[in-house]
Ligand binder design. Structure first.
Ligand code: GUN
Length: 292
């Protein structure tokens, strides 16, 4: 069994981007600038956004973190988005999800300029992705494709089962995996809360992408020998033995599934760091496009 070391691969990607940034600096070009908007004080969201900002600093990007209180109105947020859309200095930006209840998520995502939408969540970019056109790929599925590629895991003609149909992970993952691309060309099945005979489906899978948001949902008896496991889940599970009172659990029961898997991502240190690396890659792409 091989651990798919997302931390290491993401560091390799960050080093590659940092080299690129140095070359930009040497040429006197402006370095990429990523902004992130965080509304409210959800602990997990704060951790993710801070990690994104820290990664920018490490590789030489400029970054701006905009923190808004949880009572922010939709109008105020849309105003802030408009500021970033029109700012000459900002190459790309993200609005960290989820948003508080008073704000309509779709309305917010649609307000982001597609050319600055480095999360790839705008309908224009989702459509471009579905049509195999150049675009910003959503960072988590993009990171998973990159991880499979760099470990040279064969996907062509394989049975890929995606657990979950979220707009951020499951849906785009299923589209990318079925497309004609390096990691792709797979036969894809999407399963969700209404799916029947789940175990029958997961047992036939060569590759499983677990993004269902239920901790340790996929267990060893649900998979076949030599399956490749990508665990997108990251849930805080109360744990009195930990200093901070919780441990991080994936959607996969690592102990039982890893005994059968040929490759498996750990949680943490698997998909999470890859997401950040691909967001940086998209931001670099945004900068390059703005230069052109
Ligand atoms: N919340 C969970 N994942 C993501 C992501 O990739 N981007 C944003 N903006 N919010 C998220």
């Amino acid at each position: 069994m091989t651990i798919l070391d997302g931390k290491k691969v993401s560091n390799d990607i960050k080093d590659e981007i940092a080299d690129h940034v140095q070359a930009m600096v040497a040429k006197g070009e402006k370095v990429p600038h990523l902004a992130a908007i965080l509304v409210g004080s959800d602990g997990a969201s704060m951790t993710y956004v801070n990690a994104k900002v820290k990664a920018c600093q490490r590789i030489g990007f400029n970054s701006t973190l905009i923190e808004l209180p949880d009572y922010t109105s939709e109008e105020e947020l849309l105003e802030k988005i408009n500021e970033l859309n029109t700012s000459k200095d900002i190459d790309g930006f993200i609005v960290q999800l989820p948003l508080p209840d008073q704000i309509d998520e779709q309305k917010v995502l649609m307000a982001i300029d597609p050319d600055k939408d480095v999360d790839g969540f705008h309908p224009t970019n989702v459509g471009r992705m579905a049509l195999d056109l150049p675009t910003f790929l959503p960072a988590t599925p993009y990171g998973i494709m990159e991880l499979l590629e760099r470990y040279q895991i064969e996907t062509s003609g394989k049975n890929v089962v995606v657990l979950g149909r979220s707009h951020i992970v499951g849906r785009p993952m299923s589209i990318l995996m079925s497309q004609k691309r390096k990691a792709g060309d797979a036969t894809v099945t999407v399963v969700h809360s209404r799916s029947k005979n789940l175990e029958e489906i997961t047992k036939a899978a060569d590759i499983i992408v677990a993004a269902i948001g239920i901790s340790e949902f996929l267990t060893g008896d649900m998979v076949k020998e030599d399956v490749v496991i990508i665990d997108v889940g990251i849930t805080r599970v109360p744990d009195a033995t930990k200093k901070n009172g919780y441990r991080l659990a994936g959607d996969v029961h690592f102990e039982s599934v890893s005994q059968k898997a040929s490759y498996i991502t750990p949680v943490p240190g698997g998909v999470g760091p890859m997401t950040i690396a691909m967001l940086l890659k998209n931001t670099l792409l945004a900068r390059e496009r703005h230069i052109k």
